[in-house]
Design a protein around this ligand. Structure first.
Ligand SMILES: C[S@@+](CC[C@H](N)C(=O)[O-])C[C@H]1O[C@@H](n2cnc3c(N)ncnc32)[C@H](O)[C@@H]1O
Length: 216
């Protein structure tokens, strides 16, 4: 955890201002497009508690090929990398200035094998699922029902029996709760684990459909 906090501190100490292209539903909080890195980190960045949870999950499953939908300044990506330094991560971000900050963070911390793919998910997501297989996908893009279900459906073609998917903030809004309910019902999904901050999805055919709730 020490190194995650250290990585996060580098961003919290970064007073640089960037011009953000706003793609997300997070614009509820930000008004202007000029944003300080430290402020983006404080408001939009993954909390230490959630990062530790992500580290524990990735550390347990040790997935190699990982996709993250929504890089922002790179904190979730860093947590995943810290949990499994052999991971090969592709992470998608629409805002070029934000993805540059994430790239700088990865270089500074010598986090290798991370490919930040810049562009609207509309084009980058279908492209990345067409040409790759993933053991693990972290869904942390636009937190609307429509977008979440769209990412879910688009990624289905990459599913292997032991794929693990994580959806961020399944209780963030009524829409996210509805999206999570639909994901659980989907015929390809077998087991799900609701750990409140995250919804974890499994596709193992040998397991009966069952939904668990764990408060960690
Ligand atoms: C919640 S943040 C990601 C946080 C990051 N995973 C973390 O753990 O710190 C979501 C990101 O998705 C990006 N995004 C949202 N909708 C997008 C779209 N349609 N195309 C490209 N990027 C998008 C936003 O710019 C934002 O940086």
């Amino acid at each position: 955890m020490y190194s995650f906090k250290k990585t996060k501190k580098q961003l919290l100490d970064n007073k640089k201002v960037i011009k953000v292209t706003d793609f997300g539903s997070g614009s509820k909080i930000f008004k202007s497009n000029e944003r300080k890195i430290s402020k983006i980190t404080k408001i939009a960045g993954i909390s230490n508690r959630k990062a530790q949870l992500l580290i524990n999950i990735v550390g347990y499953f040790k997935p190699t090929y990982i996709l993250e939908i929504g890089t922002s300044v790179g904190l979730g990506t860093s947590a995943i990398k810290i949990a499994n330094k052999n991971a090969s991560i592709k992470t998608l971000e629409g805002c070029t200035e934000t993805s540059k900050i994430a790239n700088d963070l990865f270089n500074k911390n010598k986090f290798s094998n991370i490919n930040v793919i810049s562009g609207d998910f509309k084009t980058t997501l279908p492209d990345v699922v067409k040409n790759n297989q993933f053991d693990f996908i972290y869904f942390d893009g636009n937190h609307t029902k429509k977008s979440t279900l769209h990412y879910f459906k688009t990624c289905l073609e990459t599913v292997k029996n032991d794929s693990v998917w994580i959806f961020d903030d399944i209780y963030w809004s009524t829409e996210m709760k509805e999206a999570w309910a639909e994901i659980k019902k989907h015929s390809r999904v077998t087991v799900t684990i609701d750990v409140f901050h995250f919804g974890i999805v499994f596709f193992r055919k040998e397991q009966a459909k069952e939904h668990f709730k764990i408060r960690v």
